[in-house]
Write a protein that binds this ligand. Structure first.
Ligand SMILES: Nc1ncnc2c1ncn2[C@@H]1O[C@H](COP(=O)(O)OP(=O)(O)OP(=O)(O)O)[C@@H](O)[C@H]1O
Ligand SMILES: [Mg+2]
Length: 320
């Protein structure tokens, strides 16, 4: 039943994209842009206590200039957005190199770093030459008074030997300070990886770390309002108390899930021509979302919801 629901919604969705219904949806709720996208867009950054604490940890650690920094958190909790926000917050004294997917062998990671730092390289340079070019570039930047940070997203995917190569990179230093500081963002598997014998030296060098947890229920309600207001919403409460409770049960306060469910629930509300999102809209959205926790949807209502969404073609494919 649930699977059928998904395919019915999705079929209607394709036509939505083509038929400009998303524009009507924005107008219906008085929005300038879509409030619940899943791309990590820093203009939507919500700085409730845990995100602010994580950001402060990063900024303090970067100023400190020593060792590795590690940020962990479950899937969809906001690590990539935090990384982007962090890089955007640093002042001009910092140069950042960003590697979004470090599932790379050591040499390729070094090449990626050299490229990010705009270190000139001969074609077919070997590992020794790449390291030398990086070192040279780091010394030039240090003379210009710049601090260099390498930010690695998805760090849990790094092979062990690449993690070990990273440690060697942090050995590059002048007499006074390190030339490169490394920030790793990763899912909790990163911790398990770092406990392995082969890279225990790296683990010892982690001087700052923060575990980013999900939103509390109150913060999640503020999070929803915050994203709506950034998107241009100026009305009174769009999600009623029941909707917020259902949202928290289904998402566990994980921002990506909150975004997906909020968008779907708003589409259903739009399909009904209503202005306020209630618990049943959220439950229907959760029933259509594999990663959401099941929170008991009356099937009769789901059937009606599918019918409505199919009739109005309200934009499901947005998340495909
Ligand atoms: N503090 C926040 N303020 C506003 N939006 C947020 C916040 N944290 C997360 N989000 C939103 O939640 C969604 C998921 O965030 P993000 O992609 O950063 O998660 P992630 O932890 O990197 O996930 P993954 O483990 O899959 O890489 C994005 O749409 C992002 O904009
Ligand atoms: Mg991410």
């Amino acid at each position: 039943m649930c699977w059928k629901a998904s395919s019915a919604f999705r079929a209607s969705l394709e036509s939505t994209r083509k038929s400009n219904k998303l524009h009507m949806y924005k107008t219906h709720f008085g929005l300038r842009e879509l409030p619940f996208g899943i791309t990590p867009d820093t203009s939507f950054f919500f700085a409730c206590s845990n995100y602010q604490e994580a950001l402060n940890t990063l900024l303090i650690a970067a100023k400190n200039g020593e060792g590795f920094i590690k940020i962990t958190g479950e899937v969809g909790v906001g690590k990539t957005l935090l990384c982007r926000k962090f890089m955007a917050t640093l002042d001009k004294g910092f140069v950042t190199a960003y590697i979004p997917n470090p599932f790379l062998e050591p040499r390729t990671l070094m090449l990626a770093l050299a490229e990010e730092l705009e270190a000139p390289l001969e074609k077919d340079a070997d590992q020794y030459q790449i390291l030398k070019a990086i070192n040279h570039r780091l010394l030039v930047l240090a003379r210009e008074g710049k601090r260099v940070l390498l930010c690695l997203d998805e760090a849990q995917a790094m092979p062990l030997e690449t993690l070990e190569a990273l440690r060697l990179l942090t050995n590059l230093e002048t007499e006074k300070r390190k030339l490169l500081q490394i920030v790793m963002f990763g899912q909790p598997e990163l911790d398990r990886k770092l406990q392995q014998e082969a890279i225990r030296q790296l683990n010892q060098r982690i001087t700052f770390h923060y575990h980013l947890g999900p939103l509390t229920k109150d913060d999640m309600a503020f999070y929803i309002s915050h994203r709506l207001s950034v998107a241009g919403f100026t009305g009174s409460r769009l999600f009623n108390t029941g909707a917020v409770n259902a949202m928290y049960s289904a998402s566990g306060g994980i921002p990506r899930l909150v975004n997906i469910l909020s968008h779907k629930a708003m589409m259903l509300t739009f399909g009904e021509g209503k202005q306020q999102i209630s618990a049943r809209h959220v439950r229907a959205a959760a029933a259509d979302t594999g990663a959401a926790k099941s929170i008991g949807l009356p099937w009769s209502w789901l059937g009606a919801a599918i019918f409505l969404a199919a009739g109005t073609s309200a934009g499901w494919a947005y998340f495909k």
